[in-house]
Design a protein around this ligand. Structure first.
Ligand SMILES: Cc1cc2nc3c(=O)[nH]c(=O)nc-3n(C[C@H](O)[C@H](O)[C@H](O)COP(=O)(O)OP(=O)(O)OC[C@H]3O[C@@H](n4cnc5c(N)ncnc54)[C@H](O)[C@@H]3O)c2cc1C
Length: 450
């Protein structure tokens, strides 16, 4: 059997590797001139790499850890020793960010307790395997997280912290996602406490040398079965097989796995057409800009600080120490939600000035960085989902039931098709395994009828 795989992100590469290991003939077609999709490394100093895309993982990410073990990649702990810095609610220009031991923000404990209780309450009701079947799904899917906050959050500290929390978790502005999607995302990722935690949680470690190395290792196994710079434009099915058309040519196979985010899948011309679109005009591509400030060493550690900070004024809404062990100091800044849209539109010199000035306020005495990098995922034409696609009002009810349903010889992969660890690397791998198993099944049943 010949299987064509569209997209050489983690999901597509996982599926292709599974099928190749079973002896199937596989061809991967990737639009970019690199593999990895939303897993992308940048060399911030000679031999030191930072994650411009996905970075963090935890012990519940069992498929990811298994693939890392197979490809000889190690995990490094995310450093959290030292005090955190918080600049919440005050004028961003004042230099008085607060140092606080641990990670809990210096806001009303009662307000934050109530916020997390309310989020827990709505998260608990979600049918994670089929969110559209959740009791009260229609209402939860029709309401945005912004409307939910307006209705439910009374305390000013809860109102201040909620968008920061959502930005950090999902790179979402509250108006962009439905309550159903927000609650599903939290449940799918292991609950808000697991998702939000470093030690013992979903951000416990990173892949040594960069997450992109995993995709590179999977692609290396496939060799010339991965073709780069081949954006797929059309997928045509007939009685005998499938033809995938790219700008450069046409590829014939028995089955195809589409491993791209839903918004991009809808740009492919399917013949016969899909029974329903995979996204809507309310599906948002996510709002993430990652900033890396590079120093000769992690200088904030000398100040007794962990590098972790949260600010209610941008551009750097949070920062974290992503320094490689024993090397340069890498402070990663996250710019998400509405702030990302504003920051992404600034000229590069202004982006740098704003980020460097804020870092110096947060970590007093921090000098000019020796390196500075901005990765703007908003403008990436082949990643319309950063961190992951954001399902807006109506999306789960309309698109959810069809997300994994094969369309004849077309199967679906990608983190947005996984109800387990949706949006994460772990979800991408699980979706790749599922799609490969489905395609292999097609082989046994000699292709499925439309
Ligand atoms: C800034 C950022 C931070 C993140 N942080 C984390 C984190 O800490 N932990 C975590 O687990 N996850 C994180 N994620 C999410 C994680 O990166 C994704 O869940 C995962 O990489 C998705 O893999 P995928 O294969 O489903 O999709 P993608 O990586 O998007 O792969 C899809 C591939 O398809 C290609 N493509 C698109 N259209 C076409 C076409 N028409 N023809 C051919 N090829 C096409 C794309 O170029 C891409 O290579 C983050 C993402 C971002 C952007």
């Amino acid at each position: 059997m010949r299987v064509l795989v569209v997209g050489a992100g983690l999901a597509g590469l996982t599926a292709a590797n599974d099928l190749a290991a079973q002896g199937e003939d596989v061809q991967v077609l990737e639009a970019r001139d690199r593999v990895g999709g939303r897993m992308h490394g940048i060399e911030v100093a000679e031999g030191s790499w930072a994650d411009a895309g996905a970075a963090y993982l935890g012990e519940r990410h069992t498929e990811l850890l298994a693939l890392m073990a197979e490809t000889d990649l190690k995990a490094v702990s995310t450093t959290m020793d030292g005090a955190s810095r918080f600049a919440l609610g005050q004028d961003a220009r004042t230099p008085d960010a607060q140092s606080v031991p641990g990670r809990f923000p210096p806001l009303s404990g009662v307000a934050l307790g109530e916020l997390f209780d309310l989020l827990d309450e709505v998260t608990r009701t979600i049918r994670v395997d089929a969110p559209w079947l959740t009791p009260d799904a229609e209402r939860l899917d029709a309401t945005t997280a912004a409307e939910w906050a307006e209705e439910n959050l009374r305390h000013p500290d809860a109102r201040l912290f909620f968008p920061l929390f959502l930005g950090e978790m999902m790179a979402a502005a509250p108006a962009d996602v439905s309550v159903l999607h927000m609650a599903f995302y939290l449940r799918s990722g292991g609950g808000l406490r697991y998702l939000n935690a470093f030690a013992g949680g979903a951000q416990e470690s990173r892949i040594d040398g960069g997450a992109h190395r995993l995709c590179e290792a999977l692609a290396a196994r496939l060799g010339d079965r991965v073709r780069l710079a081949e954006p797929v434009l059309a997928v045509e099915q007939d009685d005998d097989g499938v033809t995938v058309r790219t700008e450069g040519g046409a590829y014939r196979g028995d089955t195809v796995i589409i491993a791209v985010p839903p918004v991009l899948a809808d740009r492919i011309d399917f013949r016969p057409g899909l029974p329903a679109p995979r996204s809507s005009d309310r599906t948002a591509p996510g709002c993430a800009v990652k900033v890396h400030l590079v120093h000769p060493s992690p200088l904030w550690r000398d100040m007794g600080l962990s590098g972790w900070s949260v600010s209610s004024d941008g551009p750097l809404l949070s920062t974290v120490d992503d320094s490689p062990p024993g090397g340069v100091g890498v402070l990663t800044g996250f710019v998400t939600g509405e702030e990302a849209r504003r920051y992404a539109a600034l000229p590069p010199a202004e982006q740098r000035a704003a980020a460097v000035a804020q870092a110096a306020r947060l970590f007093p005495g921090l000098p000019e960085p020796i390196g500075f990098h901005v990765t703007n995922w908003l403008d990436e034409p082949y990643s319309r989902g950063c961190y992951a696609a954001l399902f807006g009002p109506g999306d789960w009810i309309a698109q959810g039931p069809g997300l994994t349903r094969p369309h004849g010889r077309v199967h679906w992969a990608g983190t947005e098709t996984s109800t387990e660890f949706f949006g994460l690397m772990e979800g991408a791998i699980r979706s790749g395994h599922r799609a490969a198993a489905e395609a292999a099944d097609d082989h046994l049943t000699a292709g499925s009828a439309l």
